[in-house]
Design a protein around this ligand. Structure first.
Ligand code: 5RP
Length: 219
């Protein structure tokens, strides 16, 4: 079974979490794109959708959904999003698609976070995937130097500008043995907008598409 099919199966399983009258937050990425394609099946149960990126908004509108803002509708009941890495505790690395700031806002606002991944994303310890960090452009080199002091190798995602007008540093070889502590620590560096570690707001449920079907972990 190819990766795309595993992602799609996880996305399909997430439809079962949509209860009638839901205010639904939606993440960004190829796994979520499968979810959005399938979402019309659940249209009658959805009151509002809130998006985490321009790309997701565009796809939702193409499917005929009217996208509300977080400011308009308040805290979502449910947030569905993918991840670049996930542990069985629900700690995540996100931001491979560069949407980490809005994703973290909507995830944190939401009452329940269901993360959809294929089985290659489940890891024992976070950090193999380069950690995305969104930075204010004028602070990029300063933040990079601070990260080098932590023995990591930050690489500027050249040519990429986030939906918020900022830059991304992809941080290689960072030891993330304590995700809660590392998220806090990196958040303290002036100029950092968002760190791609989701530990303060972990996933509540992980749906993992694999060869044997979809496995569910409640964290
Ligand atoms: C985007 C993200 C995505 O959830 C993450 O990159 C996973 O993407 P995909 O579903 O394409 O594998 O955090 O900012």
């Amino acid at each position: 079974m190819d990766t795309s099919t595993r992602k799609r199966n996880a996305a399909k399983a997430a439809l079962d979490f949509i209860e009638p009258g839901v205010n639904l937050g939606i993440g960004t990425g190829s796994t979520v794109n499968h979810f959005i394609e399938l979402l019309p099946e659940a249209r009658a149960r959805i009151d509002n959708v809130v998006s985490s990126s321009r790309a997701t908004t565009q796809l939702l509108e193409e499917q005929g959904f009217e996208v509300a803002t977080l400011n308009q509708v308040g805290d979502p009941d449910l947030y569905i999003d993918g991840a670049d890495e996930a542990t069985k505790h629900g700690y995540l690395v996100k931001g491979g698609g560069g949407a980490l700031t809005r994703e973290k806002v909507v995830a944190t606002a939401s009452r329940r976070f269901v993360c959809i991944i294929d089985d290659s994303k489940l890891v024992g310890m976070l950090g193999r995937f380069p950690l995305p960090v969104e930075v204010v452009p004028m602070a990029q080199a300063f933040v990079a130097r601070r990260l080098v002091k932590l023995r990591a190798q930050p690489v500027w995602r050249e040519g990429f500008v986030t939906d918020n007008g900022n830059h991304i540093l992809d941080v290689h070889n960072l030891q993330i043995s304590n995700p809660l502590e590392m998220e806090n620590r990196l958040n303290q560096i002036p100029g950092v907008v968002t760190v791609g570690i989701f530990a303060q707001r972990p996933a509540d449920v992980i749906l993992i598409g694999g060869e044997e079907g979809v496995r569910e972990i409640r964290t």
